[in-house]
Design a protein around this ligand. Structure first.
Ligand code: PEP
Ligand code: MG
Length: 554
């Protein structure tokens, strides 16, 4: 700790997510590249100390795996937790340990011995041509990653019960890492990469967690150092002086007071319909990832759920969820929404939301590749499992199905056909469902916007996914922090596409909402009202301000 006190103060600038402030110790969560980078500095001069180093790392990885086993049992169930039991077994597998020791005796560094033994075992498993054993290759890679990370000597964010609340520092957090984080331990996030529209940022916003993305690399020696994070200004001050802390805490307290006061006055609007001065009614819905966010949505006045990102249910698991697991999850949302409309988006996997057990091909340009509806239509069994689960859950509430990433009427027709097939199956099985369940699509591609008129006749509703529509229209990767300002300055082409879609859809007697991050951008609310947008769906913490803004619109 003394060494950390001696580190100089550091002031860094990133992109702020959510407007609040937080203060606390930084905790580094090192990604793969950095863990591997450490390999180069490892010394292989003394096999016996090298072996001890590897043994200590194996024990550390074993402890982490045990902790994950307990956590997974609690959060996702016994069956899904099984994977961590297998990890524990692999970490103590005698043959694997012998192979590592032999490599060290040959003069390799611990990191190299680990990699070499894992590679040989993986080749062996693949050669056996047994699907169960082949699947263990991914487990081997997973445990190798944990051991590598332990070898770095840098604390990983383990989520163990004794982890004190901290500001998490990561190169980038994948959505699956993010959903596994224990939210009660997070004071805030800081990521070296990432952008305002990345899924990590979307999650942080939904959780109301102060976060900075795209801040650039931070020296790992600052692990454990005290920091002040100001998401409103996008700044992170590490090892601040006492005076700076004093000013920060005073400002934080004042802001809390203002938030309480404005919150109180805004709350008076909570149960009034969102109406513009000219009487245009806009439905205010919430975006959520699972049932645990329903209460927050309702208490912020959500009149429905405009987007349930169903892939978040898949991201937290180690293998495909069963129809029953999905059914339970959706039924819980349906019940808790007490008859309010809930739009469940079918799986949007791929691009920045990679799920290892899907085994999707490595692609040069994943955002332009095999993702979302393309994956579902290529794997009808996977798609039907989702559709059947949504249909079954629709017996207990007002659910709607929404397809992501559509580019053609054919995709809609094929999906509709599968939905009808699922209905027939459930009917034959005597399982109840809502026969008139609404069926809609997202407009996330310029193609869908251009074809709105044709598509309008094929579905019940539309929702604009501005995050993707923006990246595909401006040819600007939504994950790239270097392009954040460019995207912010160039919303006009997206607004024109929305205008075009709204006109075509309304003329066809249809209904159109917006569920991308732009929905919560108060600078655009008047424009959306002018276009006659029927619904805005945003993360729960954004809803009250949006309701107030609509009341101010002409
Ligand atoms: C969008 O693209 O605007 C959207 C809502 O979907 P996601 O952010 O999950 O890609
Ligand atoms: Mg999208």
């Amino acid at each position: 700790m003394d060494a950390q006190i001696a580190l100089p103060r550091l002031l860094l600038q990133g992109i702020g997510i959510s407007k609040s402030k937080t203060a606390g110790p930084l905790r580094f969560f090192l990604p793969k590249e950095q863990a591997q980078g450490q390999k180069r500095v490892a010394s292989a001069s003394d096999p016996s100390s090298e072996w001890k180093r590897l043994q200590a790392a194996l024990e550390e990885a074993q402890r982490r795996s045990d902790a994950l086993l307990l956590q997974a049992r609690e959060r996702v169930g016994e069956q899904e937790a099984e994977i961590f039991r297998i990890h524990g077994m692999l970490l103590s597998d005698e043959d694997l340990l012998d192979a590592m020791r032999r490599e060290i005796e040959r003069g390799l560094a611990a990191e190299e011995a680990l990699q070499s033994a894992i590679r040989d075992f993986s080749i062996l498993l693949r050669q056996l041509e047994d699907p169960y054993l082949s699947a263990r290759v991914a487990d081997l890679e997973d445990i190798a990653e944990q051991v590598r990370s332990a070898l770095c000597g840098t604390a990983e964010y383990t989520l163990s019960a004794d982890t004190p609340p901290c500001i998490l520092v990561a190169d980038d957090l994948s959505p699956s890492q993010t959903v596994l984080l224990d939210r009660s331990k997070l004071l805030g996030f800081v990521t070296f990469r990432g952008s305002a529209n990345s899924h990590t940022a979307i999650l942080a916003r939904a959780m109301g967690i102060p976060a900075l993305v795209g801040i650039g690399r931070i020296d790992p020696r600052y692990d454990g150092a005290f920091a002040l994070l100001n998401a409103a200004t996008g700044s992170l001050s590490i090892c601040p002086a006492e005076e700076e802390k004093h000013i920060f805490f005073k400002a934080q307290e004042q802001e809390r007071q203002i938030t309480r006061d404005t919150g109180d006055s805004l709350r008076r609007l909570l149960h009034q319909p969102a109406l513009t001065a000219s009487g245009h009614r806009i439905l205010l819905y919430a975006n959520i990832g699972d049932a645990s966010e329903v209460d927050a949505a309702l208490s912020e006045g959500a009149e429905g759920i405009g987007l349930l990102r169903s892939e978040f249910l898949y991201l937290g698991l180690q293998g495909y969820p069963s129809e029953e697991t999905l059914f339970q999850a959706y039924a819980e949302v349906a019940t808790r929404m007490q008859g309010k409309r809930t739009v469940i988006r079918t799986l949007d996997v791929g691009a920045d939301k990679q799920i290892p057990y899907f085994g999707l091909p490595r692609e040069e340009n994943p955002a332009l590749g095999f993702r979302a509806i393309r994956v579902c239509l290529a794997r009808p069994a996977l798609f039907k499992t989702q559709l059947r689960a949504i249909l079954r859950a629709s017996a207990g509430g007002r659910l709607a199905v929404m397809l992501p990433f559509v580019i053609s009427p054919e995709e809609v027709a094929q999906s509709r056909q599968l939905l009808e097939e699922c209905k027939r199956e459930l009917e034959a099985e005597g399982k109840p469902f809502d026969g008139g369940i609404e069926f809609g699509i997202m407009i996330e591609t310029p193609a869908a916007a251009i074809l709105s008129r044709e598509l309008a006749g094929t579905v019940d509703f539309f929702s604009i996914g501005t995050n993707d529509l923006l990246q595909y229209t401006l040819a600007a990767d939504r994950q790239n922090p270097l392009l954040a300002e460019l995207c912010d300055r160039n919303t006009e082409p997206i607004l024109r596409l929305i205008e075009m879609s709204a006109k075509a859809i309304h003329e066809a007697g249809g209904w159109i909402g917006i569920c991308g991050e732009m929905a919560a951008d108060l600078r655009l609310t008047q424009r959306f009202a002018d276009l006659g947008i029927d619904e805005l769906s945003a993360s729960p913490p954004a809803l009250l301000a949006l309701r107030a803004k609509i009341a101010e619109c002409r």
